[in-house]
Design a protein around this ligand. Structure first.
Ligand code: KG4
Ligand code: ZN
Length: 335
């Protein structure tokens, strides 16, 4: 069964063709980063306008790379929630038009459910139930994932998402946008020399807080700039990243052990982080908990994950009507 997936929830215009929920025939992602870079963050108005310019070309490319036409498709699935509403609307309008013109079933997918599914595109031995850590620019969530795509929210960030903290710290240090991949690279040459807080590390629950850590970096940089005693940037970002990774790893394993699961999955943009992938794998190994993460291209926003989960939703009988709408915020069942 061939599903065309579309994701325009934030600043990436993405379309993919996936067979039977697992075989990626194409996965096209057109990044708008260059247009947002000079603003130091995503400008929603620019994002939606760029999606309009790019969406048809990206869908065409996804079909031609997969060597299929609209007539070969069995369904079309689109992220309709949550996200930037202007961005989401472009993908939803495109998917609805295709569904109408080609008489195809339509599915509206929750973006986070797509991220949670990303690991299933590459691993066929993930047991249920398991714990999933979703860490992106907009979310930091610990989710208990049960058989039949049932979810229970264990905890989430009380303020900034981990990716947001990466992007802000990068901005304070004039390193560029998006901050995650830049800090990831620089931190590899740095040492953990700055004493930074690890908010909520021992809060006894599964919630997170990154705002205080981000602000601590900012104060540290401002004060030490004045006195001329600022360590090299590699050491500052290595210290910041160590704090983020300590928090994410400790909380995730605490959740996994409390829920007595044998597996943990990692997903979302920050899941591309080298230190996080390594530290979580090592900590999991020590506790006999298997850690799964996807290839980097499936960590960040993509449409293969949307087409993938849509296959299971289709099999379960889910369909959306042509009144499908975009929603800026939305709960996932159980989340
Ligand atoms: O999942 P995603 O592409 O979009 C959202 O749904 O938010 O995540 C984007 C976030 C950005 O904050 C970016 O800085 C972060 O993921 N990110 C990383 C890395 N690559 C992307 N953070 C840390 N290390 C990375 N290698
Ligand atoms: Zn995302």
């Amino acid at each position: 069964m061939l599903i065309l997936g579309i994701d325009t929830s934030c600043d990436d215009t993405a379309a993919a063709v996936v067979a039977d929920g697992v075989k990626i025939l194409s996965n096209i992602i057109s990044s708008q980063t260059d247009f947002h870079r000079k603003y130091g963050g995503i400008v929603p108005e620019i994002a939606s306008r760029k999606h309009i310019e790019l969406i048809i070309r990206v869908i065409d490319e996804a079909l031609s790379k997969a060597e299929v036409t609209f007539d070969d498709l069995d369904a079309v699935a689109v992220t309709n929630r949550p996200g930037l509403v202007g961005s989401l609307l472009v993908g939803v309008a495109a998917a609805k038009s295709i569904a109408y013109c080609y008489n195809l079933p339509l599915l509206g997918i929750h973006h986070i459910e797509g991220h949670i599914y990303a690991n299933f595109l590459e691993h066929d031995d993930i047991p249920f139930p398991h714990v999933c850590l979703t860490v992106s620019g907009g979310h930091t969530l610990l989710v208990y994932v049960k058989e039949g795509w049932q979810y229970e929210l264990l905890g989430s960030t009380q303020d900034d998402a981990a990716g947001e903290a990466y992007d802000k710290v990068s901005q304070y240090l004039d390193l560029g946008f998006p901050g995650g991949p830049i800090i990831d690279r620089l931190a590899q040459a740095g040492k953990n020399v700055v004493d930074l807080p690890r908010p909520m590390l021992n809060s006894g629950d599964y919630n997170f807080s990154f705002s205080g850590l981000k602000t601590a970096v900012r104060y540290f940089v401002e004060q030490n700039r004045k006195t001329g005693s600022l360590p090299v940037v590699e050491d500052i970002v290595a210290s910041f990243q160590k704090a983020v990774v300590d928090i994410l790893v400790q909380k995730t394993l605490f959740a996994a052990q409390s829920k007595n699961v044998s597996a943990v999955t990692l997903t979302g943009g920050v899941a591309a982080n080298s230190e996080l992938r390594q530290a979580l794998s090592e900590a999991g190994e020590q506790r006999n908990i298997k850690v799964y993460f996807p290839s980097r291209v499936l960590c960040t926003d993509n449409a293969a994950m949307i087409a993938g989960i849509a296959y299971h939703k289709y099999q379960a009988g889910e369909r959306a009507g042509l009144d499908l709408n975009a929603m800026a915020s939305a709960v996932l069942d159980g989340i």
